[in-house]
Design a binder for this molecule. Structure first.
Ligand SMILES: Nc1ncnc2c1ncn2[C@@H]1O[C@H](COP(=O)(O)OP(=O)(O)OP(=O)(O)O)[C@@H](O)[C@H]1O
Ligand SMILES: CC(=O)N[C@H]1[C@@H]2OC[C@@H](O2)[C@@H](O)[C@@H]1O[C@H](C)C(=O)O
Length: 377
């Protein structure tokens, strides 16, 4: 088995999650320490600006280069701290890093269309490899998008490995900036029984709303949303969005719904009602996703920051017919799950195992992907 460090900087732009996991890319051995290094407000602000600029920015733009340098330095710091923690707690170092980078643009070709799509994760893998003295698996999504896949979600294969002994069918819901669901079918745990796709916007629009209307980075504990009422008219217009009815495979850019939210009139709502409406919409998106699953799951296990928002968990429980529980009931770590997954995916990249599948990204067949940056010298 390899001792991996997985690194994830998600669409919420709140920081880098890091996790130590022993794995051969298929089985998962010891699960070690985890940590989150939050980004300082200036880096958060600049990354958010980079999302707005990404469609037009040149690859050698100095602002981009500066963001990439700061982002990668923060990742290197996370690696260094996690290695120290793994040495202290387990007496172990690491063999391999899985570095997702920061998605700044995600425009896969719509399913069935033959034109090439584009997905862009920034981060300097070669620098990180040299700095850490370890091989770094990175660029996990491009090969899939080039082959006509959605390039996301990638974590489902790891959900399936972790869920091997849980009752199925099971749905694992990640609520980050964007939401995504993994459905793991009954019977033998195998890749053919995996269905996964993005559900819709989750915390992303709510974070933007809290920033504009409450001067906070997010609606902590759902206090703003719990003080408001969802607006039926706005919600109704949002629910009519064709994306919800479209069958999987499908994935989203963090900003994909910004225009629809504006056009639906969300901007005119009071701060609490706007927050309540965005929470209700995230939950309605998951309910819409449930209609695309082959069979109802026995339960929904929720990972990601959204599970910490009581308003979101309440809205989900109301929108879904099955029990909704945080992944901790299965003994998983809902804050570190994606980081752990990129450690496992790194091992898969190194071993040349497929990382995307017809049921997850709509890849034409199970596909390998990712690249390895090696420390030189
Ligand atoms: N206590 C809390 N109350 C309310 N919301 C919370 C709380 N803690 C975290 N969140 C929400 O969770 C978000 C972070 O979630 P997470 O770290 O899962 O996202 P991510 O990994 O960046 O996104 P993605 O999975 O889309 O890549 C925050 O931006 C916030 O909206
Ligand atoms: C393009 C991109 O970075 N997508 C993220 C995003 O955040 C959640 C959802 O949208 C998911 O599809 C994906 O991340 C997770 C880690 C995944 O690929 O499984």
């Amino acid at each position: 088995m390899l001792r991996t460090i997985g690194l994830m900087s998600g669409t919420s732009l709140d920081g880098v999650d890091a996790a130590w996991v022993e794995t051969d890319g298929e089985a998962i051995g010891r699960i070690g320490p985890t940590l989150t290094l939050p980004y300082e407000p200036a880096l958060r602000r600049d990354l958010r600006r980079l999302l707005d600029l990404a469609g037009d920015i040149a690859a050698d733009d100095p602002f981009l280069a500066d963001c990439v340098r700061r982002l990668t330095e923060r990742h290197a710091e996370a690696v260094e701290r996690l290695r120290a923690e793994a040495a202290r707690a387990l007496g172990e170092d690491a063999d391999l890093i899985g570095f997702h980078g920061q998605t700044i643009l995600h425009r896969p070709a719509p399913p069935g269309e033959r034109r090439p799509g584009r997905t862009w994760q920034v981060g300097d893998a070669a620098w990180l490899a040299r700095q850490a003295g370890l091989p770094v698996a990175h660029d996990f999504r491009s090969a899939d998008v080039a082959a006509g896949g959605q390039g996301a979600p990638l974590v489902p294969v790891v959900h399936a490995a972790l869920a091997a002994s849980l009752p199925r069918p099971l749905a694992v819901l990640n609520l980050g900036g964007v939401g995504n669901v993994t459905w793991i079918g009954p019977g033998e745990a195998g890749h053919g029984r995996l269905i996964a796709f993005d559900t819709g916007p989750a915390n992303g629009p709510l974070d933007d709303w809290a920033r504009t209307h409450a001067q906070t980075d997010y609606d902590r504990d759902g206090l703003l949303a719990l003080a408001g009422q969802p607006d039926g008219a706005v919600l109704g217009r949002l629910m009519a969005h064709p994306w919800l009815a479209a069958p999987p495979p499908k994935s989203l850019d963090r900003l994909d719904f910004d225009r629809a939210l504006k056009e639906a009139g969300a901007g005119a709502l009071s701060p609490p009602d706007g927050a309540a409406t965005l929470v209700a919409f995230a939950a309605v998106c998951v309910a819409a996703a449930s209609r695309h699953l082959p069979e109802p799951p026995l339960q929904w296990l929720v990972a990601g920051g959204g599970r910490r928002n009581p308003a979101m968990m309440k809205a989900l429980a109301a929108a879904l017919e099955q029990p909704v529980r945080p992944v901790e009931v299965a003994g998983w770590n809902g804050d570190a799950l994606e980081a752990q997954a990129f450690g496992v995916l790194a091992a898969r990249v190194l071993r040349g195992l497929p990382i995307t599948f017809p049921g997850t990204t709509g890849a034409p067949e199970p596909l390998t992907g990712g690249r390895i940056a090696r420390p030189v010298g």
